[in-house]
Design a protein around this ligand. Sequence first.
Ligand SMILES: C[S@@+](CC[C@H](N)C(=O)[O-])C[C@H]1O[C@@H](n2cnc3c(N)ncnc32)[C@H](O)[C@@H]1O
Length: 260
Amino acid sequence: MADNLKTKARYQTWIRIYKLLIFLVISLIFLWVTLLPVHLYLRVLSGILALPFIYIAFILSYSVYQFAAFGGNYQSKIHDLMVAKVNWDGKGKILDIGTGSGSLIIKLAKTFPNSFLTGIDYWGGNWEYSKAQCHQNAVIEGVSERIDFLKASAADLPFHEDEFDRIVSCLTFHEVKDRRNKTEVIKEALRVLKPGGEFVFLDLFMDEKIFGDEKELLNILKKHGVSELNSCKLDKVMKLPKLLLNKKVLGNAMILSGRK
Ligand SMILES: C[S@@+](CC[C@H](N)C(=O)[O-])C[C@H]1O[C@@H](n2cnc3c(N)ncnc32)[C@H](O)[C@@H]1O
């Protein structure tokens, strides 16, 4: 169908299909070897090696199903939860860092019809989202004239200090490869937030390997000009299917919200 005839916005899930395919193909290769007329030792070894790949392929496929609109629709539900946490009269500017396919920012545009919105993303080759897709989704949803989509890195935002009234970000900080210390990426987001402005960030903040000790992270942010800070584990505010609470999926997900 020609692009201009598309009538339904398309929002991919957070699971990259190429990753899922890699695990599926490796699982199938190992399983295929177990059926070959080779030494029993090799067949057993191949069967054992297949197990972690089958497990990961299963978790990824299940997550795609639960996140997608044709399944549990949890991605959209989580974005709705974040929108509900944005406490605002909607007059001014809001930024979404790592906007993906534009799902969250488009929901915000519909909720706050007087706001001006900016969505930035790196849209790197290893993700299956694009700026053109965001724009097209915004056109289809009738909010394109109020949203600017910009290609930029969350590690180095192309904005002046104190530019935005509200800032949101969903599952992006941990993905930023061009800054080893992810707390610095959060600080960069806070730099462009107005004093008194509020933020809602959802990420794997409970993963110590990525963000360090949780209490230390909160203390650093408090010392960095955050005057009010609330944290809550995602599964305390939303009932999630058990398998999505796997540590590799949303088990470490937490919402940090507050005011600069
Ligand atoms: C898990 S997806 C989340 C997308 C979107 N926030 C959502 O909730 O649907 C992570 C996003 O981070 C973006 N990303 C990765 N590195 C980035 C960077 N350095 N700067 C900005 N965005 C980045 C990816 O392109 C991707 O869109």
